[in-house]
Design a protein around this ligand. Structure first.
Ligand code: ZN
Length: 687
């Protein structure tokens, strides 16, 4: 399923590491609660800069100066500030849940999970025991068939290897969920890292080899053996990278749309032994499925023959070790951090144990923790307030579409139809997930992670060949993010984002429309960006555009792609990297559209009654400042370099300046003149 995220970090709750700290107690983490975050921050503004020359610097200059990246982060922006705040709220909940006393079943479960994660002496004592059964199974592999059986077992425990198998709504009939096979199996964040021959990519591969070697040594292998194993891992993964479709090509749904008979894919790639894999997958029987990238399976089918079985076994040992590093003793966790955190992201220190344990609980039991979070923080009135704004922004989109000169009435009618059927999910799901079958033991962190991962894999596989469950949420309630799902045609706003700096109960409309209003407009626009426009009101891949309108859209989108391709993402001693305007096209379209829609909605509210300036700023100025300020951030060069390759979102500087350059309303609000940098000569406008 295609998920489109508003925000800057899609892997917030993905990684869990480990560091020495004392056993759990409600008083163990000493850090103080962070301050409440202001919605509109006058002290962030750098008045030495002309807003028409560099609006991002104007809105955020002092914030950037006064908010250096904390040692345990590689990126620090307003999203991170709020996510950090939420971590403290969640820690309070978990500290209470793990303390002795009367607890509900949910409190008991998340409390035990968190306590097991915090119990480092127990984790040190167990050493590599949690790896043993998997490593023994891999050692016992004697044939290609055994290999696939073992990969199937790893997948069921949530350990990625070779390819992925899961579910998705049928692209042509989203009411039905089907099985899906996809490429996979590489460890580095993108195929580019294996294939590009510039100096920085070569350095990364060298450091990766050293890291893999070190991890094998920690697992007990001799240095010379481990060094050779690392080379094998890199060679196997390079083969998988070569067979993989690149990120930009994957944005086009047509490139991912390959319905097949199960028997066809078995024949296409016989060495994968897929009949056996499917039978052991825990999925219901199916006759047809989608194969996202058939070429991957064709190419890797050859590699399964040409690469010796012993090399595949080394690869599987590596994937197990890499995936389970966070539940192992400190020496594994530290080495994992040295490569992924320090080298790849420029992070100085690992996050304290408690933060990683809160994130791990959110990742593995997130809808249980989320239920407790919502009870404590959100409530029904939060849902209603947000819904009112969503309706106002939807009304703005009707107005906006109606005024478009490049779109025919025929296509407009279809656009209205799609707009009117978008489902709004706000705060938290209607029905909470039932984790009662997940066994959580207070003395077995590694086992808890495996059992919770296996539960989630099976839960997803149970959806295959069933009506699509449109009520199932992907994001947990404390998540600071929002998304649009093209197959579901829905927009989702978890409770975690519905607070300052995005939404302040006591803030004026201009500030709230510039914050959460733009977020809402951004998600709505995703239904009509370069990917979203290819799905209809029912979430089906269906062309509802006239030929001329489609061409007009593509011409306008190309303007946006070219604009952002000219922006520099990072420039350091390793060279300059520009943004990939095609990779970031959907997000940039959504930023520009969201800004436009929220402004129209704001004018409907404040236009009727004259509003005096507050703090010296008119409502339009406050609106654009609030928008700019949600993107204030500092990022390490290493992280900026990585994000330029993998992130479909532009960095904060360009989310701000890229969008306002195209906005006549912005230029009017600040009195900008033609020829100034924030007035683009040929402004791009899709929506
Ligand atoms: Zn987005």
């Amino acid at each position: 399923m295609q998920i489109r995220l508003l925000c800057v970090f899609s892997i917030l709750f993905a990684a869990i590491f480990s560091v020495a700290q004392t056993a759990p107690s409600s008083s163990s983490p000493p850090s103080e609660f962070p301050k409440q975050i202001p919605s509109f921050d006058l002290t962030a503004i750098d008045k030495t800069v002309d807003p028409c020359v560099d609006f991002y610097q104007y809105a955020c200059g002092n914030w950037m100066k006064n908010n250096p990246i904390p040692a345990d982060k590689s990126r620090w922006g307003r999203f991170n500030e709020l996510a950090e705040y939420n971590l403290y709220v969640l820690r309070d909940i978990l500290d209470q849940a793990q303390a002795p006393g009367e607890h509900t079943a949910i409190q008991q479960k998340v409390g035990d999970y968190y306590a097991a994660c915090m119990d480092e002496p127990a984790i040190e004592k167990r050493g590599t025991a949690p790896l043993e059964s998997k490593m023994n199974e891999i050692a016992a592999i004697k044939s290609k068939q055994d290999l696939i059986v073992q990969i199937g077992a790893m997948h069921r425990d949530g350990i990625p290897a070779l390819f992925t198998f899961g579910q998705m709504p049928d692209m042509r009939d989203s009411r039905q969920t089907i099985a899906n096979l996809d490429q996979g199996g590489i460890t580095l964040p993108d195929r580019d890292y294996y294939l590009k021959d510039d100096a920085k990519s070569a350095e990364t591969r060298q450091r990766y080899l050293e890291h893999v070697q070190k991890m094998f040594e920690l697992a007990g292998d001799k240095p010379e053996v481990a060094a050779s194993e690392a080379k094998t891992v890199l060679a196997v993964e390079t083969g998988l990278a070569k067979a993989s479709m690149d990120r930009t090509a994957r944005r086009d749904p047509k490139n991912r749309d390959h319905m097949m008979q199960a028997t066809e894919v078995v024949t296409l790639a016989p060495n994968f032994e897929l009949t056996q894999y499917f039978a052991g997958s825990g999925a219901p029987k199916f006759a047809t499925l989608n194969v996202t990238n058939p070429d991957f399976f064709k190419a890797v089918n050859e590699q399964l023959n040409s690469i010796p079985l012993d090399d595949w076994k080394i690869y599987l040992r590596w994937r197990t070790l890499d995936s389970r590093a966070p539940v192992l003793p400190k020496m594994f966790v530290d080495e994992d951090f040295q490569f992924n955190g320090a080298f790849m992201s420029g992070q100085k220190e690992i996050e304290p144990r408690w933060k990683r344990c809160v994130q791990s609980t959110d990742h593995n039991l997130g809808m249980a923790l989320g239920e407790l979070y919502v009870d404590k923080t959100f409530g029904q009135e939060g849902k209603e307030r947000t819904l009112n704004m969503v309706q106002a922004i939807e009304a703005a989109m009707y107005q906006d579409v109606g005024q478009l000169t490049w779109m025919s009435d025929t296509t407009k009618q279809k656009a209205y139809e799609k707009l009117s059927t978008i489902v709004n999910n706000i705060g938290y799901p209607d029905k909470w997930r039932d984790y009662s079958t997940v066994i959580v033991k207070r003395e077995d962190y590694a086992g808890n992670v495996t059992r919770a991962s296996a539960f989630e894999v099976q839960r997803q596989r149970n959806k295959i060949e069933k009506p699509t469950d449109k009520k199932d949420w992907g994001m947990t309630p404390p998540t600071v993010n929002a998304n649009y799902r093209s197959n579901m045609n829905d927009i989702n706003f978890p409770a975690g984002i519905l607070q300052p700096p995005f939404y302040g109960k006591n803030m004026d409309d201009a500030v709230n429309y510039g914050g959460i209003g733009v977020v809402i407009g951004h998600e709505l626009t995703h239904g009509f960006d370069d990917q979203g426009r290819k799905f209809d009101a029912d979430g089906n891949l269906k062309d509802w555009w006239t030929t001329d309108d489609a061409k007009a859209f593509e011409d306008r989108a190309t303007c946006t792609a070219d604009e952002y391709s000219s922006f520099v993402a990072v420039k350091d001693d390793k060279g300059e990297v520009k943004l990939n305007g095609r990779l970031t096209l959907g997000e940039n379209t959504a930023d520009n559209g969201g800004l436009k829609l929220a402004y129209i909605a704001l004018m409907d509210v404040v236009g009727k009654t004259p509003v005096k300036p507050i703090d010296g700023y008119t409502p339009p100025q406050r609106f654009f400042l609030a928008y700019g300020q949600i993107w204030c951030e500092n990022v390490t060069d290493q992280q900026a370099r990585k994000l330029a390759i993998i992130d479909p979102h532009s960095p904060g500087q360009w989310r701000t300046n890229g969008a306002v350059q195209n906005s006549a309303a912005f230029q009017q609000a600040f009195g900008c003149k033609a020829g100034q940098p924030m007035v683009r000569e040929n402004a791009c406008r899709v929506w």
